[in-house]
Ligand binder design. Structure first.
Ligand code: SF4
Length: 323
């Protein structure tokens, strides 16, 4: 769980000058066993920073990360076992000098103290089988360069599963894969959350795949969460103008299984440039691009408005409507 988490990075902007990148601001998010939350937004919206905060790659500037109701501080080994992050790039996630076997055995040794050769063999083959790399004995002694992108990403997922996590954070896990195997990977993630009761955060710029996989959607824009709630409600009746723009720019869900290429090629990158996070717009960060912007939007951050169906947003329009 992230509670009002912010992350600011100091950066050099030349000639001895520094500035602050406000990458994530006041993010609140909860993950639950067996449910998938999609975190959707353009590049530079803060989704990857939030994933890294949740994985404790670095501490938040303010706010709190919690696991099972307890605040997490410092580098706790148990936390890194319970929460695993899968990166976008399966090519860079595996050491090219090591065979598949080594990558999986290392995780089993480090996190579970498995030493016996027979036990390591058995568990490695079982893991490969779980991610549908079968027959497993044909993959176990391969090097990463001998595998396709999809196969490499399956090995990365198997390595994460070796640790037996409770939470899986997938940072654009299908975006670098061939369009033809993206649907298979989404189905694999869906199966794992059902079989293992994993809490899954699926980070993507592609609202169509989020719509296909997740239970809930959270939308980020320029470092802030702007809307969230049950997938069907957010997609059928978006509250925030930016969410509406995202949905309008994505293909029709009825085309799932039909024109799959178009579906998984959809992208939020077509929506124009997001603002700089060094000097983000005041008030609502979306106001320079919003057709409904009012004076208040330029000066004050919109508070959260919640609906009885669990949908919520940060937009002054909704505040006006609920008055
Ligand atoms: Fe548009 Fe104002 Fe709502 Fe921001 S708060 S999305 S500027 S109407």
């Amino acid at each position: 769980e992230a509670r009002e988490v912010s992350k600011h990075f100091p950066v050099r902007i030349g000639a001895g000058r520094t500035a602050v990148v406000r990458a994530v601001e006041d993010a609140t998010l909860a993950l639950q066993p067996g449910r998938i939350v999609a975190l959707v937004g353009e590049s530079g919206s803060g989704k990857t920073t939030l994933a890294r905060l949740l994985a404790r790659f670095y501490p938040p500037t303010s706010g709190e990360i919690r696991l099972r109701g307890k605040a997490v501080r410092g580098k706790e080994r148990d936390y890194h076992r319970d929460v695993q992050l899968i990166f976008q790039d399966p090519f860079g996630s595996l050491n090219p000098l090591h065979r598949v076997r080594y990558n999986l055995e290392r995780a089993l040794r480090l996190h579970h103290g498995v030493r016996a050769r027979a036990e390591l063999n058995r568990r490695v083959l079982e893991l490969l089988d779980r991610v549908s790399l079968s027959p497993a004995d044909q993959f176990v002694d391969k090097f990463p360069h001998e595998l396709s992108g999809g196969q490499r990403q399956r090995v990365v997922i198997a390595r994460a599963l070796a640790v037996e996590p409770k939470v899986l954070l997938g940072d654009e896990p299908i975006s670098m894969l061939d369009v033809s195997i993206r649907l298979e990977m989404l189905n694999l993630l869906d199966r794992l959350r059902t079989e293992d009761g994993l809490a899954l955060l699926y980070i993507t710029h592609d609202i169509a795949s989020a719509r296909y996989l997740c239970d809930d959607i959270v939308v980020m824009y320029a470092g802030r969460m702007v809307e969230g709630g049950p997938k069907d409600d957010v997609i059928a009746s978006p509250l925030h103008p930016y969410t509406k723009l995202l949905i309008d720019s994505s293909p029709d869900p009825d085309r799932i299984g039909g024109d799959r290429d178009a579906l998984f090629d959809s992208t939020a990158e077509d929506l124009g440039e997001p603002p700089s996070l060094i000097d983000p717009p005041s008030g609502c960060r979306f106001h320079p691009r919003c057709p409904f912007a009012m004076d208040v939007c330029k000066t004050a951050v919109p508070p959260r408005t919640e609906l009885p169906n669990g949908q919520w947003t940060h937009c002054w329009l909704q505040q006006e409507e609920t008055r």
